[in-house]
Design a protein around this ligand. Sequence first.
Ligand code: PHE
Length: 338
Amino acid sequence: MNFKKEYEKLASIAADEILSAKGREKLEEIKIKFLGRKGQLSLLMKNLGSLEAEERPIWGGKLNSLKKKLTQALEEKVKELLDESKKYEAIDYTLPTGDISLPGRNPVLSVLEDVSEIFTEMGFGIAYGPEIETDYTNFTALNFMDDHPARDMHDTFYLRDSDMLLRTHTSPVQIRIMQNYPPPYKFIAPGKCYRRDTIDASHLPVFHQVEGLMVDKDVNFSHLKGILDEFARRFFKEKIQTRFRPSFFPFTEPSAEMDIACTICEGKGCPSCGGNGWLEILGAGMVDPEVFRHCGVDSNIWQGFAFGMGVERMAMIKYGIDDLRLFFQNDLRFLEQF
Ligand code: PHE
């Protein structure tokens, strides 16, 4: 063999071949060809003996630095190919995984599903509305007078330079449905709401409500009570005690709040219910004729009731959770319990 010629050949092509290798397999082939135990480099090593004695250390040194150079080029190429494959998320989905523990459902989601299921079983449809509303649909059409203090009670996020806002409750969905479809109506409307609250154990700037509306020719307050009682029985337990207290909402008349007997002390009074034995679960009332008027629905023919409940509150009562923030911190120690 002509040692020097072979060396020059190897030195001139090997690095280029490594750099232009396409894919790991090709690179492995090249590695074996040049650097393998029987590869071209070791062949030359073995042939050092064919050189003149004084030339051997010089060429031996050259071979060593070529080996170093090629090994480094190879390592760089492997890294480059790896980075490339990461770019395409080359994950083999067919590989078996180890044991992974999946947390249960977030209780807020479970409550949303349970509530939706109970009402759909009672013949309610499900409607959705946008989270960005106008001042008109969120307040005016719901009979909140200009300057009415109730407007301030809903600490509202307004969108800059417009009359748009993040809805403070799901009641504007009533307006959107009634303005766009003819009566009768029987639906619930679950969704997110926003209020400018400072975060603590019982306040978050974003939360969920489920609205409900039932309008027909002979709907009265007994229907409201009957449906909501039935809901409480199915959601909490068969023998739950309920009561309705008079209340005020601009868009219902008369208005009421519904309480259930405290699920912890069964009505005797404990710290959870503030000692009075009852827990408020929702607001409700008969749709105010003024709301019908804004929606073009004739209140001489149609009557109905509406209700609205806070989903997080229902989840806290049902699962005995005392801090609202737990729902959104994604702490596995919390979520794994559901
Ligand atoms: N929208 C009311 C609130 O957020 C709840 C409600 C809905 C009350 C429907 C009565 C009827 O407080």
